[in-house]
Structures are given as structure tokens and as C-alpha cells.
Design a protein around this ligand. Sequence first.
Ligand SMILES: [Mn+2]
Length: 338
Amino acid sequence: MVRHKDGNLDSLAERIQNANVIVLSTHRHCDGDGLGAELSLYHGLKKIGKKVSCINVDSTPKKYHYLDPDSYIQYYENDPSLPEKIDLTLIFDTNDERQLEPLYPELKKRSQHLAFVDHHPVLTKGPQPPHGSLIDITAASTGELAFRILKKLDIPLDRQIARAVYTSITFDTQLYRFIRNSPQSHLIAAELLAHDIDPEEIHRALFGNQTVQKMAFLAKALGQIEYHCDGKLAVLKLKDSDLFHYNLDPDDSRDVIDMVMNIETLEAAVLFREDSEDEYKVSLRSKGLIEVLDVAESLGGGGHLYASGAFIKGDYGKFKKQVVDILRTRLCQELEEE
Ligand SMILES: [Mn+2]
């Protein structure tokens, strides 16, 4: 996996300085990282007089409403109007244009410059991000990169910016558990805390938002886990209709796999979420013994080395066997070598 060297902070900052009309966006089914990075730049760039707008493909999950996204973000699925001419478009927390369909081609048509700001590895077989993108896979969150941009532009932090960046970093590191061997997440968080933010409010919104219904759903889901490789691999299938039955967002399925990964013996987990007949979202997680990015990539998806996913269409049994066989073989190999 090569680090993407294309583009750097200085040239991106210069592009921002030279731009007037700026559009910000993030991937479909946004998460705390992409959303926080986007909103931090929105508030920051407004401060330096830019005509900036946030345009996302789809609406924001409920748990992020404390950031008031509906006041700042236009949802393309409801309102497809776009500025005629855009000087610069910045897209956060992905470098794969397919994650913004059908918005991406329209942005591309109208934008003089377009760059991704991201910390995911560039896919070997997927679309390549445009020259000038800022991609650093050593960053623990896209919020960390947004913070670097704000600093480079000498934009003074304030409460709104600090809450948004803090959301990014706290979400993607999962409360500072996954910091990629770097003190940066903590250092930035410490600086943000000086701006009158309530970190406990944010922690609660991001991770303490379980409802009774969600717990009932989790109890059912967790009761259906299949274990392989002596309890080192977990496989789980959820139905979108179950989420619907318990009145949950599709976004809530993410918590299931993260919860499963807290099982001590587990090295890897796979979650299949059935979105409709023969259509699945597959999520893969690993604690680091084996990589799971290439598995997602072979299914047309992407992500990180140890946390990845893909949308797939076809027979569940076939996909399950394919994925489980690969992971099982890998785990057995690694465990024999130990
Ligand atoms: Mn991220």
C-alpha cells in the first residue's frame, strides 16, 4: 500500500486562498469524521470571507444533529441545484468518487479545481483521485487533516469549528482507541478543549446514544453470531427490515460490528446487512493480525487496511462462503506462524 504523495498541504492551502466559490462535501451515508471535517471547514472558510456551501448526497443521521447539519448542509437528493461555477470543491473522508454518485459528475463539471481530503488508502483498482488531493493514510481521522488546513490558513479556532473537529477526531478514533501510533489526535483535542466545547456532550452523542429499541435489536443480532476458527472470526447477518422494525437508521448497524469487535478472543468480523433482496452491505473488521481492505476491494468496495466495506449484489450464500474462506485461510496461516 503506497502512501499517496500527490498534492500537499501548501498547494491545497494556496488553492483555497485563490478560490471564492467553494463547495464542500463528503461520502454518501456520512459519518462523524467526514461530517465534522466538512463543517469545520465550512465555519472556518466563512470566517475568511469565502462563499462556501456544503452539499451532500444524502441526509445526515440523527445522532449528528447536535452539530446542526440541516442548517448548513444542502442535501442533493432533495435539492439538486448547484452553483453554476465553482472555483474549488473539497471532498472529505473518501477519495473514491463513486461514494458521491450521482453528485460527483455534476460537481466535476462545474468545478475549476476539485480535491479529496482523506486518510483512506487509494484503491489499486478503483478511480484515482485528482492531482492536488490531500491524502495522508497516517492520519487517524480526516478531522486531523481539516485541522492542518485550518492552521495552514491561519484561521482562528472558535467554538463551532472546535466542536466539528472534535467530533471528527473522537468519532474516527472511537474515543481515542485507534490513534495510529501518533499523539496527534490527543494534541489536537487538547487544543480544541480550550474553545468552550463540552466533550462529554459530544462523547454521549456519538457513543452513548443507545435506545431501548436499539438494545433489543442488538440482543437479537448478537444472538445470531456464527463463530469460526475457534472464536477468532465472527460472521453476522442483519436485515434492513429488522432495523426498520426496531425503528433504527441503517447507520445503527455499524455499532453492531464495533460491539462484536470488543469480544476478547476475536481477531476479525464480517457483517452482512441485507438492504433488499440479494443486495448487501458487507463490513469487515480486523484487530490487525490480518488485512481486510483487499477483500472489500475485490468486492468493489474500499476502506482502511483493518476496517473496510462494500455494497454487493447477488447470492448471500456464495458471498458468505467466499469471504469466510479467505478470512479463515488467512487467520489459520497467521495463527500457525505464531
Ligand atoms: Mn474517516
